[in-house]
Design a protein around this ligand. Structure first.
Ligand code: GAR
Length: 205
């Protein structure tokens, strides 16, 4: 079973979904560390309650991105991490981090990439008038939100949707998608790359 390190910055609902799925039944991956760049991230308490070791690497303590990334690498290595899952980790990463974990780092993004990379994805989807929105799990490369896609989940955009209602509909699918993709990738990266997961929210027809 591969040791997974989960990077968070906030409430950590995706981290929770990943940890709970890995703990439910022993499989190809197990949670080894939850690391936050923010000391006040709510997800740290949740991880501790779930019995997962936690770490804080506060980005404000470092003079540049490279030295922050090197410190994150050290903590991941100390914990024996073999696979990294970014889950609401809101930092731009340099090649110090992305290079060290090339082919071994996943991210979840709240849009159907390559649409809407970056921030404010739900507001931008509403403004664009798309009828279908969703989330993507992809491999992390140096280009932001642009690595190989491993799985996507689609949801309808409904009349009267707000940023909040759309975000909630997508988040529910993030929690279904990410554990499935992580398990598949931990078991067999090449097979996961070839057999991308496609989920469609119930009632979306
Ligand atoms: C999630 O919706 C995730 O997809 C998004 O932040 C949220 C974190 O929520 N990630 C990004 O926007 C990455 N740029 P969570 O802390 O409850 O998992």
């Amino acid at each position: 079973s591969r040791a997974v390190g989960i990077l968070i910055s906030g409430r950590g609902s995706n981290m929770t979904a990943l940890v709970e799925a890995m703990q439910r039944a022993p499989g190809p991956a197990h949670p080894a560390l939850v690391l936050s760049n923010r000391p006040g991230a709510g997800g740290l308490e949740t991880a501790a309650r779930l019995g997962v070791p936690t770490a804080v690497v506060d980005h404000r303590a470092f003079p540049d991105r490279e030295r922050f990334d090197a410190a994150v690498n050290s903590r991941l290595a100390e914990a024996g991490v073999e696979l990294v899952a970014c889950a609401g980790f809101m930092r731009i990463m340099t090649p110090v981090l992305t290079g060290a974990w090339a082919g071994r780092m996943l991210n979840i993004h709240p849009s159907l990439l390559p649409l809407f990379p970056g921030l404010d994805t739900h507001a931008r989807a509403l403004a664009a008038g798309v009828a279908i929105h969703g989330c993507t799990v992809h491999e992390v490369t140096q280009e932001l939100d642009a690595g190989p896609i491993l799985g996507q989940a689609a949801v309808p955009v409904r009349p009267g949707d707000t940023e909040a209602s759309l975000a909630a509909r997508v988040l529910e699918q993030e929690h279904r998608l990410y554990p499935r993709v992580l398990a598949a990738f931990a078991a067999d990266p090449a097979a996961a790359r070839a057999g991308r997961v496609a989920l469609f929210a119930a009632g979306s027809a």
